[in-house]
Design a binder for this molecule. Structure first.
Ligand code: AMP
Ligand code: ZN
Length: 480
């Protein structure tokens, strides 16, 4: 696989420390509110990356943290504590807020077919690990105490900025909100490893440490959790592009200073989903969620499809019109798959050829729009339906669009409607489940007010020599 590496600013051949094994780390959500669909764009693309790596034969160990402590409203250690802010807003304890929004996050992931990482670790569960790392950093002179806090001394590094090809806008994300000078810092890029009670008297969660009762800074959690579950050599680190600075920059600084050797060579950053008005942000309080999409009648997978259609290194602009287009394309695709007959033997040579092409194309910097095109190409392939279904099922191991399951459900529904006679929508015809499925799909499209799709299906049927007549309570079709 070739993957763009934001640490080297180049597309490179993907390599791992141990052949065949990928140690992969993902920055998890800050659980003080629901995830917005922008956050979920990052998790969808990281999910596709993980599934692609498995598809390509790697054994993947994917680790993710849950930020339930230490993340202040500015990524640069100033402002209010995000978890406290959530707790105050809802009059609950920090732990209640964390539990509620962690569950909500995984519910959203489930609806979007995002696999749960192999290890999910709340930040509050690894305090001893952070203390061990910070102690060594203090002992070796990489960290210092000032005003009750422990800071990382960025001047001790030969090179601090790693991801400096990002837009100024992205670079500034962390320092834009709540700019507030911290006079304890010796250098502007120094960051907090451990806060003591001197910072927030009302901090709900605090732990004893060699530097006083307090709590960890945000950046240390990802280094600590990754080293615990991925080991000393991480192969691939993922996150949204706003995480590159200062969060990932600081993770590298402290991890390499602690370990004394390079830590993670490959960095995967997903660019943002914006709404037409600009940045989507949880802290603004008004944002789009998966539940909202569902309330408006969208299948969450239509949003996944929308994300897959564009490249992860391009900013994506959300609009309802764009989502409608993706939803219509997804429905159309399912209808076409439902019309395939699951009969005959799979042509293994054709299957292998399509699989190999998919592996190559998608392996070019996770080209998901090519993956989408590959499904349509498979539908047009000069082979039997059983082979097409097998190929599509194979691609869906990476895409996770429930293509075969949903298409099978459509066929089933069509068959039931025909058999039941007294059901909601009765189709009478000449006993061909493929045609029944299309007639039903036309009805579903009309019900969803997707008239363009309904007309398209009618025209497709017409081209097959099928005439459909709407009758009371259903439709009748015949070959003409
Ligand atoms: P947070 O819950 O704020 O810690 O963010 C969770 C993940 O979402 C991180 O990897 C962020 O980099 C990412 N993220 C934040 N905003 C966006 C956005 N608008 N589009 C895509 N990813 C985002
Ligand atoms: Zn992180």
């Amino acid at each position: 696989m070739y993957l763009y590496n934001s640490a080297t600013h180049k597309k490179e051949e993907f390599k791992t420390h141990t052949p065949g094994r990928v140690e992969m780390y993902t920055c998890g959500p800050t659980v003080y509110h629901f995830a917005h669909i922008g956050n979920l764009r990052s998790y969808i693309m990281e999910d596709v990356l993980e599934k692609y790596l498995r598809f390509a034969g790697y054994d993947v160990n994917r680790v993710m943290n849950i930020t339930d402590v230490g993340h202040l409203s500015s990524d640069a250690d100033t402002g209010e504590d995000k978890m406290l802010k959530g707790a105050k807003r809802e009059n609950k304890t920090v732990m209640d807020i964390a539990k509620f929004y962690t569950d909500a996050f995984f519910d959203d992931c489930r609806k979007l077919n995002i696999k749960t990482p192999d290890v999910v670790q709340p930040a509050t569960g690894c305090i001893d690990e952070y203390i061990q790392i910070i102690s060594k950093l203090v002992d070796t002179g990489y960290a210092y105490l000032a005003g009750g806090n422990v800071y990382f001394d960025s001047s001790k590094l030969e090179r601090y900025y790693i991801f400096n090809d990002h837009d100024e806008d992205d670079l500034a994300v962390g320092v834009r909100e709540g700019v507030e000078e911290d006079s304890n810092k010796r250098n502007k890029n120094d960051f907090v490893l451990w806060f003591t009670k001197s910072k927030f008297e009302d901090q709900a969660l605090k732990w004893d440490s060699p530097w006083g009762v307090g709590y960890p800074g945000w950046h240390i959690e990802c280094s600590g959790i990754s080293m615990k579950y991925n080991g000393e050599y991480l192969d691939l680190h993922c996150g949204g592009v706003d995480n590159a600075f200062p969060h990932h920059t600081n993770e590298i600084a402290q991890s390499e200073s602690y370990l004394g050797h390079p830590w993670c060579p490959q960095w995967f950053h997903v660019h943002h989903l914006n709404d037409p008005a600009g940045k989507m942000s949880k802290s603004k309080g008004e944002f789009l969620t998966v539940s909202l999409l569902e309330e408006k009648g969208y299948d969450p997978l239509a949003y996944r499809w929308f994300c897959l259609q564009s490249h992860y290194r391009k900013t994506l602009v959300f609009s309802w019109e764009n989502l409608d287009n993706a939803a219509a394309a997804y429905t159309k695709l399912l209808n076409r798959i439902a019309a395939l007959k699951p009969e005959g033997d799979v042509d293994q040579a054709v299957f292998n050829e399509y699989r190999e092409k998919f592996l190559q194309q998608v392996g070019n910097d996770l080209n998901t729009s090519m993956a989408v095109t590959a499904v349509f190409d498979a539908l047009k392939a000069k082979t039997n339906d059983a082979t097409k279904l097998a190929v599509i099922g194979e691609f869906d191991k990476v895409l996770s669009m429930s293509l075969l399951e949903k298409a099978a459900a459509l066929r089933e529904k069509a068959a039931q409607a025909v058999q039941s006679g007294g059901g909601d929508y009765v189709i009478t015809g000449e006993g061909d489940p493929e045609i029944d499925a299309k007639v039903l799909a036309r009805y579903e499209a009309k019900k969803a007010k997707n008239f363009a799709e309904a007309d398209r299906i009618r025209d497709e049927l017409k081209a097959q020599g099928i005439e459909v007549t709407d009758v009371k309570g259903g439709a009748a079709w015949k070959r003409v």
